[in-house]
Design a protein around this ligand. Structure first.
Ligand SMILES: CC(C)=CCC/C(C)=C/CC/C(C)=C/COP(=O)(O)OP(=O)(O)O
Ligand SMILES: [Mg+2]
Ligand SMILES: [Mg+2]
Ligand SMILES: [Mg+2]
Length: 583
């Protein structure tokens, strides 16, 4: 019985493992009658849908001269846009709108110092009197541009749009669609205590939904887009592409911005297709589909996830490393949740924590190749990064990987014992199983000098912004996956723990968890304001991890069932042609 996972209380049907079908039992020489054959363990197979991409991205062949040509073509418009950003003859409003567009197009990383210098000047000169005279759209764009870059402009700038007697937003606001749209975008940048933005979010969302079918052209496209996903909670790379398509009027007067955005999209697509080819080929070479066929085969989806953290060309190596480690996490999570017995889980966790190749002997056959690959990859990273004294980041990633294995084991023990954790107990382990500690630390490995020992020490303090991102990951995943997982008899989720702790209905529990997610977003927004605890380059991946949870889990479990949002995103970024340079 030791091999059989105790799932009598979770309604799992015994499932025949694919290994039992190929088992040599019965083909070997006859056993003496007195020896009972070892029973095949009952495995919690999930029958996850297969990849929707197969080998599609492996056949890409990078034309290096083309990549170089794009890199060269970037230079001229890049300089021209720099001149625009620093042009002293441009009025403040036009300048702020320009910086807004540059940011939404994913180009502000090219001008960090110039943009900061401009915003510093303009923020010092902010005159609340001025905001008394201007329209909602102008105010909301300026509000966003300052908050995007960490400047704490007051949300009082929106006060004048409220009726002093009723205390609600005025009817005039509902007649200004562009204003409402921008106020809706602004509201997602809210901080704790900014009631006016909480109200603005509910108010504009309700009104935009009411009028969206009456709109036409770009405005209709813009409102549909923002209602689906506001910029602040979207994937920067995709948001840039969508903004280019639907908000052309915002930047079309600046020819150099249009040119730069186009060449930049073309350059990035080539580079990213090559990265995707590389990780797809690696995945195939490692033969995970043969050794662990029960897992979710999701290479393009995981690459997309990591591209969501950072898309800057100089993080190419960093993306490849983080993608591979996150793919290891998928193998681990699905092995624990959808294949291994409790004894196997204990043994795998132990081997991962021993981290030595001799531990391979204690492992079940099917996971041995994974264990070997895991140790080899980390070994290679250690060798590569000790050369420039950066092995500390590889160690941190490895330790976080060992910690998540222990976290997954804890869940499995709870399930094995038919135990539903208390909510605080669940959350303590849940922040670990959110995987965001491992992913964000692994993301540092290839980032270069900026991710130094001091940065890592900051990570080790488990800062508020990282906790918030982990909480969003854990709870949003739980809200969207608990039904599927419950049906399969998996470990209790945050939804179950909350219901048990507070004796509330499922509906109330979900509502409360969503409120916790909302609050965590406010922590993230506060953590991105100046003065930041560490550089923006280190904060952005943490913010972007939270965004990726929204992308993947806002409407459904987009990771297990990747045929909708993620398919559209992958198609837009790696299959559809980027904007043409011809016109
Ligand atoms: C938890 C989470 C959203 C992590 C995101 C980061 C990430 C890409 C981790 C790799 C493992 C994974 C895809 C978990 C989500 O599925 P699942 O619902 O099976 O995860 P679970 O078993 O922890 O609930
Ligand atoms: Mg799990
Ligand atoms: Mg799982
Ligand atoms: Mg889940």
């Amino acid at each position: 019985m030791a091999l059989v996972r105790n799932n009598s209380s979770n309604g799992r049907e015994p499932v025949l493992s694919p290994r039992s079908l190929t088992s040599p039992r019965g083909l070997t020489s006859p056993r003496p009658l007195s020896v009972q054959p070892t029973p095949e363990p009952v495995r919690p197979l999930a029958n996850f849908p297969p990849s929707i991409w197969a080998d599609r991205f492996i056949s890409f062949s990078l034309d290096n001269s083309q990549l170089e040509a794009y890199a060269n073509a970037l230079e001229e418009p890049k300089e021209a846009v720099k001149s625009l950003i620093t042009d002293t003859t441009i009025d403040a409003n036009t300048k702020l709108k320009l910086i807004y567009s540059v940011h939404r197009l994913g180009l502000s990383y090219l001008y960090p110092d110039e943009i900061d210098a401009e915003l510093n000047k303009l923020f010092e000169k902010i005159d609340l009197q001025y905001y008394e005279q201007v329209d909602l759209y102008t105010i909301a764009v300026q509000f966003q541009v300052f908050r995007h870059h960490g400047y704490k402009i007051s949300s009082d700038v929106f006060k004048k749009f409220k009726d002093s007697t009723t205390g609600t937003f005025t009817d005039d606001v509902t007649k200004d669609v562009k204003g409402m749209l921008s106020l809706y975008e602004s509201a997602h940048l809210r901080l704790h205590g900014e009631d006016i933005l909480d109200e603005a979010l509910a108010f504009t969302e309700a009104h935009l939904k009411k009028i969206v079918t009456t709109l036409e052209g770009d405005l209709a496209r813009q409102v549909n887009q923002v209602l689906k996903r506001p910029f602040h909670t979207g994937m920067p790379m995709v948001e840039a592409r969508l903004y280019f398509i639907t908000h052309e009027e915002d930047f079309s007067s600046h020819e150099s911005v249009v040119k730069l955005a186009k060449v930049h999209f073309n350059y990035l697509q080539l580079q990213q297709k090559e990265e995707l080819r590389l990780v797809s080929q690696w995945w195939k070479d490692m033969q995970f589909q043969q050794s662990v066929p029960y897992i979710r085969d999701r290479v393009p989806e995981i690459y997309l996830w990591i591209l969501g953290l950072y898309f800057e060309p100089y993080y190419s190596r960093a993306r490849i490393i983080a993608t591979k480690i996150t793919l290891f996490l998928v193998v681990l999570d699905d092995t624990y949740d959808a294949y291994a017995t409790i004894d196997e889980i204990r043994s795998i966790t132990d081997a991962i924590n021993r981290w030595e190749i001799s531990a391979i002997d204690q492992l079940p056959e099917y996971i041995k190749p994974f264990y070997r690959i895991l140790l080899n990859e980390y070994d290679d990273l250690e060798k590569e990064y000790s050369k420039d004294g950066r092995a500390f980041s590889v160690h941190a990633s490895k330790q976080a990987f060992q910690e998540i294995a222990r976290g997954y084991l804890e869940e499995a023990e709870w399930l094995h014992n038919g135990y539903v954790a208390t909510f605080p107990e669940y959350m303590k382990n849940g922040l670990i199983t959110s995987a965001y500690n491992v992913i964000s630390k692994s993301a540092l490995v290839g980032m270069g000098a900026i991710a130094d020992e001091e940065a890592l020490a900051w990570y080790e303090t488990h800062p508020k912004i990282l906790k918030a991102s982990e909480l969003i990951s854990r709870l949003q995943d739980d809200v969207m996956t608990f039904q599927f997982e419950r049906k399969r008899g998996q470990s209790a989720t945050g939804v179950d723990a909350y219901i048990k702790e507070y004796n509330v209905s499922e509906e109330v529990a979900i509502k409360e968890l969503m409120k916790m997610i909302e609050n965590a977003w406010k922590d993230i927004n506060e953590g991105c304001l100046k003065p930041t605890e560490v550089s923006v380059a280190l904060l952005t991946p943490i913010l972007n991890l939270a965004r990726m949870i929204d992308v993947v889990y806002k409407f459904d479990d987009g990771f297990t069932f990747p045929g909708k949002t993620l398919k559209d995103y992958i198609t837009l970024l790696f299959v559809s042609p980027p904007p043409s340079l011809e016109n």
